[in-house]
Design a protein around this ligand. Structure first.
Ligand code: UGA
Length: 456
């Protein structure tokens, strides 16, 4: 099928490249001309594993093209995926400006009926708004632009893999014809016949279920999924606090909890809190839209508040140990909001660094991918070439993103470089016993701290 993708951000670019990979002809548009020129010169504007190879391969085969003229993509695509941003407004609502702009261009430029698929995360009833919009503004009354909600569940850092191995494909639509065309688009995934470029294998086991719903329900599934996952994280973080106070080990508690199949083991990793451009903004947007419909989602307000408190709690814990922060050198490992991405939006690491700087600490940091982006957000941070340089001379080393690289460093060398070998593990990515055996002091989250005590 010929497909247009509007928006070449994390969602749009991954969707465009993966749709091309499963055989569709895709034109991906973005109004940011510099992004498009980067894509047309064979690069990609952010780091995402496997994406660059997919983009390059499908550009070469001619299945994937990029343009900064949205109308060009629209005239080429019988199905149009809207993948533009829905950033948060001051009041927590999602900003629909880019969605509306995409809809207007579709009305102006489509020369026949189109299938319009909203993939951006949007509040419930956006599809309904779009349908009404198309009826009012379509260029000919005979055109029928069918609206579908097809939320994405791609995680940054494993987005390509998630596209090829989804837990489910959710399609919200109001017509049999729209459902049929969505089945056609995802046929290679639904039949398990496509080759996953990450594992270079076909789908093993049962192919993903297609969840067919009305549009409102599909939109709600997306917000509810992200909110539920965020709730799990805040829940385990509260358990971590309780473990610290009651002298228990949160990792053991999480294991015992997660083995209950009704609960499940994922998203029970405690730490400095969730970040990124999805959970924080989607929670806010969900609370706001629920309030509009008369539902006070105070449960999710608390999830948000618990998450905000993580940063302060972490800083205070380090402060308790180091006593005075002014003039102290602090090493930081990890800046991105999670590993395998260079995305620093709402990254807890950045908030933590700013708080330490307010207290007068000197920060030296290393991240495998996110330093360029962090450089334009942070001031007076010394960015280092490698994890060792970030540890050198430091009175504490803060591990803030669980990159694999940090688990593979030579810890004895790190220890020998530090002024005080104190490792503060904001993600519980290290085994405390290993760390202690190498002569470190160790503070984790929800675990008993192993630090130097008074001898007398
Ligand atoms: C999230 C969802 O997982 C995707 O399904 C969804 O498509 C995406 O948002 C979106 O709406 O676009 P993402 O934000 O890329 O994906 O990353 P996650 O892996 O979900 O992690 C989010 C945050 O939670 C990270 O800061 C991570 O460190 C934190 N986290 C995650 C924890 O603190 N503990 C956990 O156990 C899991």
């Amino acid at each position: 099928m010929n497909i247009a993708v509007i928006g070449a951000g994390y969602v749009g670019l991954t969707t465009a490249a993966c749709l091309a990979e499963i055989g569709h002809g895709v034109v991906c548009a973005d109004i940011d001309a510099s992004k498009i020129s980067q894509l047309n010169s064979g690069g990609i504007p952010f780091y995402e594993p496997h994406l660059l190879e997919l983009v390059q391969k499908n550009r070469r085969s001619g299945l994937l093209r990029f343009t900064d003229r949205t109308e060009e993509a629209i005239s080429n695509g019988s199905a149009i995926f809207i993948c533009v941003g829905t950033p948060p407004l001051q009041n927590g609502e999602a900003d629909m400006t880019f969605i509306e702009r995409a809809a207007r261009t579709i009305c102006n430029e489509a020369d026949s009926s189109r299938l319009v698929i909203e993939k951006s995360t949007v509040p419930v009833q956006t599809g309904r708004q779009l349908q009404k919009y198309f009826e009012i503004y379509r260029s000919r009354s005979s055109f029928r632009h069918d609206v579908v909600s097809n939320p994405e569940f791609l995680r940054e850092g494993s987005a390509v893999e998630d596209f090829f191995h989804p837990d489910r494909i959710v399609v919200g639509c109001e017509s049999e014809e729209a459902a049929k065309r969505m089945r056609e688009i995802y046929r290679p995934l639904l039949d398990g016949t496509c080759l996953c470029p990450v594992h270079r294998s076909r789908h093993e086991g049962v192919p993903p279920p297609l969840v067919l719903t009305d549009i409102n329900s599909a939109e709600l599934i997306k917000h509810a999924a992200n909110s539920f996952l965020a709730m799990k994280i805040s829940f385990i973080n509260m358990i971590a606090d309780l473990c610290e106070a009651a002298d228990a080990d949160v990792e053991k508690v999480a294991q015992g909890l997660g083995l209950d199949r009704r609960i499940g083991p994922s998203f029970l990793r405690p730490g400095i809190g969730f970040g990124g451009f999805c959970f924080p903004k989607d929670l806010q947007a969900f609370v706001t839209i629920a309030a509009k419909f008369g539902c006070d989602f105070s449960l999710l307000k608390e999830v948000e508040q618990i998450n905000l408190n993580r940063v302060e709690r972490f800083v205070n814990r380090v402060k308790d140990e180091l006593w005075v922060l002014r003039g102290k050198r602090i090493g930081v490992w990890g800046l991105s909001f999670k590993p395998e991405t260079d995305d620093i939006r709402f990254a807890p690491a950045l908030s933590i660094i700013r708080r330490f700087q307010q207290e007068g600490a000197e920060i030296q940091a290393y991240d495998p991918q996110a330093m360029t982006k962090a450089g334009s957000e942070l001031h007076n941070v010394r960015f280092c070439e490698n994890p060792y340089e970030a540890a050198a001379g430091a009175e504490a080393l803060l591990a803030l993103t669980e990159w694999k690289e940090f688990q593979e460093v030579d810890l004895s060398r790190v220890r020998s470089l530090m002024a005080r070998p104190l490792l503060v593990d904001g993600r519980n990515m290290f085994c405390p016993e290993d760390i202690i055996a190498r002569g470190f002091e160790y503070i984790g989250v929800g675990r008993r701290p192993l630090v130097r005590e008074l001898t007398a």
